[in-house]
Design a binder for this molecule. Structure first.
Ligand code: ADP
Ligand code: ZN
Ligand code: ZN
Length: 716
C-alpha cells in the first residue's frame, strides 16, 4: 500500500505542471488508486487533483510533505488517466487540462460539502460565444473555459464572485449548488425503423469482416467506405451487437447531435437502456448520470459527439466514427485534440476494433486503413445526376437552369435542398460615394448584414452594431449591399416560390443557436410533403430524408477559396454529401452545382461521384507538398493586443525551434482577431513525436506576459 500519492492539481496555469507528492494518511492507503480524486492544499489554495501515480517514498522531506485534505467519491478509470497523459503530450498541452476532459461532470461536487457553488454555462452563454453579445476578453475567456470544462466550482475559476453574479444576471451562466437529476429524455425518436433489416451482400460482407476482427480480439482499424445511403448505420448497429455479445463495450462517435439525431435514435431504439447518450444539450446532472451509468457498467454503449471518445467504458471492444470526415471531431479549445486520432489510440490500447465510416473519407484514412466497401444505395436507388453550371459571365445569384429547376420543383410539388455556405443577408456593406467598407473594430474582417435584426455582425468575434442607414464618414445615404447569404436567399426564394402551401425552411447557425431548433427544422422539412430547405453546410450532414428530388449548391467554390490545403476535400465532400441527401427513398434525384471554377478537380470528381479518383489525386498532391499523411503539421499562433508584439514573439520562438527533418514556415502575420494581432508559424515535420517535443521545449522559455501562444497539432 503506497504511502505517497502523486497528484496532478487541476489548475489551468501552464507553469504549474505537476505531479506533486502528497503523504497519504494510513486510513486512505487502501482505497486511493490511480484515478482517485483528492482535494489537496496547493500553495494557499485548495484544489481538486487526480492521482496519477503512487509511490513508497518521496524526495520531499517528511516535514515539508503535505497531506490531502479529503478524498472525493468520484474517480476516473486508470486507462483514462493514461489517455489524458498521452493527449497532453500529443497536443502540447498540460496534463491538468487534458485530465479535465476525462473527469465526470461536476467531479468532487458532492464530496463533504466542499463545493458549494458551481458555475455552469447556460444556452444563452453558449450562444454568446458564437456571437451576438458584447463580452470583455476576460468574460469571454471565462465562458470559454466553462464551455470546455462543463459545470465548474466557482472557487476554481480565476474570477471573483461579483463577476460571476453579473454574468448570471445577464443569463450567460448559472450558479447553483449541485443538484442531480435522473433519466435524460432521449433525443426524439422519429419513425420506427423496425427490426434489423435483412442485410444486402455488401453489408453482410462488412459485418462479417468486423465480426471476425472482433473475434480475433486484437486491434484493427477499418474504413467503411460506403456511398451515401448505402446503409452504414445498419452495419454499425450489427457490429455493436456483436461487441456486446462478447461482453465488450462500444463507443459511437457522431458529428453534432443536434444535426444527426437519427443515428442516435436508431441506437437507442435498437439497444434501449444499455445506450448512454452524451451531449451538451443534456443538463449537467443528466450528463453526470449518463457518465456514472457507463462507469458502473450499467450502460455499455456510449453515443455522442467528439467528447464521447473519453467515455468510461471497461473492456472496450468497438469504436465507431460515423461521418469520419466531419470537421466537428476536432476540438478547438486547448488541448486541440482530434477525436479520430484519440479513438485510434484508444482502440489500439484496448485491443478494440475501430470502424470509421464515410462516403467521403479523409485522404489519410483512405491511405492507411483497411477498406470495406458498400457500393450501392441500400434502398435500391441510384445516385443523382450532378450537373455543373458555369457561373462565369452569369449575372445574378442563380443560373437560369437553377431558376428553371426550382420552378419545376414548385409545380410538381417536390422537395429540394439549396446549400449556400454563408449566413446573413449580404457579405459586406460599402459606401457608394466614399468607398468605406464597414469592418469589425476588433478583427480585420468585414461585418455581415443580418437584416431581420437590422444589425451588422462579425462572424469571427461576435461584435454587433446597428446596421447603418448612411455613411458616418461622408454622410452619403448610399449604402451598397454586396453578396448573398442564407437569410437573403430564404427571402428571395420565399418570394419566388413560397406560398402557403409551399414552405421554405432555413437552417444555419443563426437559426440553430436556440435549443433544439436545428432538429426541429430538419424534422419539419422531413415531414413536409413539399418545400425547399435552404441553409449552410448543416443541410448536407448525414440526414436521411425521403424523396428529395433536387439539390442545389450555390457558389460551390466558396470553400475552394480558403487558403487551406483541405479546401479541395471540403468542397468535394460538401457536394458529394448534398448529392447524398438527394434521391433517397422513392423517386429520382438531380443535383445542380453552380461554380466559377467548373473544371476544378474537386468539382469534376464530385459531379462523377468519383470519390476514389478524387482521393487518389489528393494523395499525390499531398505527397508532393509533404502534407498529412506524408508529413505532420503543427501550427503555432502568437497573439497580443499591443502592435508588433505577436510577430516579435513568434520570431524569437522561431529562432528557438530546433527540429530535425522539418520545414518551419513563417512567422507570417494573420488577420487581427478579437482585438489581437496574430502571427503564425507552420511546421511540416517528418516525425511527430520529435516535433511536438521540440515545440514543447521552445515553449518552455516564456514569450512575455502580454503574448498568448496556442499550439495546434494537426490543425484543421
Ligand atoms: P448511410 O449512413 O450509409 O448514408 P443509412 O444508414 O442512412 O445510409 O441508410 C440509408 C437508408 O437505407 C436508411 O433508410 C436505412 O433504413 C435503409 N437500409 C439500410 N440497410 C438496408 C437494407 N439492407 N435493406 C433495405 N434498406 C436498408
Ligand atoms: Zn461614405
Ligand atoms: Zn470581429
Amino acid at each position: 500500500m503506497a504511502a505517497i500519492a502523486q497528484v496532478e492539481p487541476l489548475t489551468s496555469a501552464r507553469a504549474l505542471g505537476g505531479p506533486f507528492d502528497y503523504a497519504l494518511p494510513d486510513e486512505w492507503r487502501a482505497s486511493v488508486h490511480i484515478g482517485s480524486l483528492l482535494v489537496v492544499p496547493f500553495g494557499r489554495q485548495e484544489l481538486l487533483g487526480v492521482v496519477v501515480g503512487l509511490a513508497e517514498h518521496s524526495d520531499i522531506a517528511d516535514d515539508r510533505l503535505r497531506a490531502p485534505h479529503s478524498t472525493v467519491a468520484d474517480d476516473v478509470p486508470a486507462d483514462l488517466v493514461e489517455l489524458a497523459d498521452w493527449v497532453a503530450r500529443e497536443y502540447c498541452s498540460t496534463r491538468a487540462r487534458a485530465l479535465s476532459l476525462v473527469l465526470p461532470v461536476g467531479a468532487g461536487a458532492d464530496s463533504q460539502g466542499l463545493v458549494r457553488l458551481v458555475a455552469e454555462l447556460t444556452d444563452g452563454g453558449l450562444q454568446a460565444l458564437s456571437g451576438g453579445v458584447r463580452l470583455t476578453p476576460r468574460q469571454r475567456a471565462l465562458l470559454e473555459q466553462l464551455a470546455q470544462l462543463g459545470p465548474t466550482r466557482a472557487s476554481a475559476l480565476a474570477v471573483d464572485h461579483g463577476t460571476l453574479r453579473r454574468l448570471e444576471a445577464r443569463g450567460l451562466l448559472e450558479l447553483s449548488s449541485r443538484a442531480l437529476r435522473r433519466a435524460p429524455e432521449h433525443v426524439a425518436v422519429g419513425a420506427s425503423h423496425g427490426p434489423p433489416a435483412a442485410l444486402n451482400a455488401d453489408q453482410r460482407l462488412a459485418v462479417a469482416a468486423i465480426d471476425e476482427a472482433l473475434a480475433a480480439r486484437a486491434h484493427q482499424s477499418i474504413l467503411l467506405f460506403g456511398v451515401t445511403g448505402s446503409g452504414k448505420t445498419e452495419v454499425y448497429l450489427q457490429a455493436a451487437a456483436a461487441a456486446l455479445e462478447q461482453d465488450r463495450g462500444v463507443i459511437v462517435l457522431v458529428p453534432e447531435i443536434g444535426l444527426t439525431p437519427q443515428t442516435v435514435a436508431r441506437f437507442v431504439e435498437r439497444f434501449g437502456e444499455t445506450v448512454a447518450v452524451a451531449h451538451s444539450r443534456l443538463s449537467a446532472g443528466e450528463r453526470r448520470d449518463e457518465w456514472l451509468r457507463l462507469r458502473s457498467g450499467e450502460a455499455r454503449i456510449c453515443v455522442g459527439p467528439r467528447s464521447a471518445v473519453f467515455a468510461p467504458i471497461e473492456r472496450l471492444g468497438l469504436i465507431v466514427i460515423d461521418e469520419e470526415h466531419d470537421s466537428s471531431y476536432k476540438h478547438e479549445g486547448d488541448p486541440r485534440y482530434d477525436a479520430r486520432h484519440l479513438a485510434a489510440h484508444r482502440a489500439e490500447q484496448a485491443g478494440a476494433v475501430l470502424v470509421a465510416g464515410s462516403a467521403t473519407p479523409r485522404p489519410e484514412s483512405f491511405a492507411s486503413l483497411r477498406q470495406l466497401r458498400l457500393a450501392a444505395r441500400a434502398d435500391g436507388g441510384v445516385l443523382p445526376d450532378v450537373e455543373v453550371l458555369d457561373m462565369r459571365n452569369v449575372r445574378g445569384a442563380l443560373h437560369e437552369r437553377t431558376v428553371h429547376a426550382l420552378g419545376e420543383l414548385r409545380r410538381s410539388g417536390g422537395k429540394g435542398i439549396v446549400l449556400l455556405n454563408r449566413r446573413g443577408w449580404s457579405n459586406f456593406l460599402s459606401c457608394r460615394s466614399c468607398g468605406k467598407v464597414w469592418g469589425c473594430p476588433e478583427c480585420d474582417v468585414a461585418l455581415v448584414l443580418h437584416r431581420a435584426e437590422a444589425m451588422i455582425a462579425c462572424h469571427h468575434c461576435g461584435h454587433r452594431e446597428r446596421a447603418p442607414t448612411c455613411c458616418d464618414v461622408c454622410g452619403s445615404a448610399g449604402v451598397a449591399r454586396h453578396g448573398l447569404g442564407t437569410e437573403r436567399l430564404e427571402h428571395d426564394l420565399a418570394h419566388a416560390l413560397g406560398e402557403e402551401d409551399y414552405p421554405v425552411f432555413r437552417l444555419d447557425a443563426d437559426v440553430a443557436t436556440l435549443k433544439g431548433r436545428a432538429a426541429e427544422v430538419l424534422q419539419r422539412f422531413d415531414r413536409a410533403a413539399a418545400g425547399v430547405l435552404i441553409g449552410t453546410q448543416m443541410v448536407a450532414k448525414g440526414h436521411d430524408f425521403d424523396g428529395v428530388a433536387l439539390g442545389v449548391v450555390l457558389d460551390a467554390d466558396a470553400t475552394l477559396r480558403f487558403p487551406d490545403f483541405r479546401s479541395e476535400e471540403r468542397t468535394f465532400a460538401l457536394i458529394a454529401q448534398l448529392a447524398g441527401r438527394t434521391g433517397r427513398g422513392r423517386g429520382e434525384g438531380r443535383v445542380l452545382v453552380q461554380t466559377m471554377a467548373p473544371t476544378a478537380r474537386a468539382i469534376e470528381h464530385a459531379a462523377r461521384h468519383d470519390s476514389e479518383g478524387f482521393l487518389r489525386g489528393e494523395l499525390v498532391r499531398r505527397r508532393a507538398l509533404g502534407y498529412p499523411p506524408f508529413g505532420e503539421l503543427i501550427r503555432i499562433v502568437c497573439s497580443a493586443e499591443r502592435a508588433g508584439l505577436a510577430l516579435r514573439a513568434a520570431q524569437s520562438l522561431r529562432e528557438r525551434l530546433v527540429i530535425e527533418r522539418a520545414q518551419v514556415l513563417g512567422p507570417a502575420p494573420l488577420f487581427r482577431l478579437r482585438g489581437r494581432e496574430r502571427a503564425q508559424i507552420l511546421i511540416k515535420a517528418g516525425d511527430r513525436t520529435a516535433a511536438v517535443a521540440a515545440v514543447g521545449a521552445a515553449l518552455a522559455v516564456p514569450v512575455g506576459r502580454e503574448v498568448a501562444v496556442s499550439v495546434d497539432v494537426d490543425p484543421q
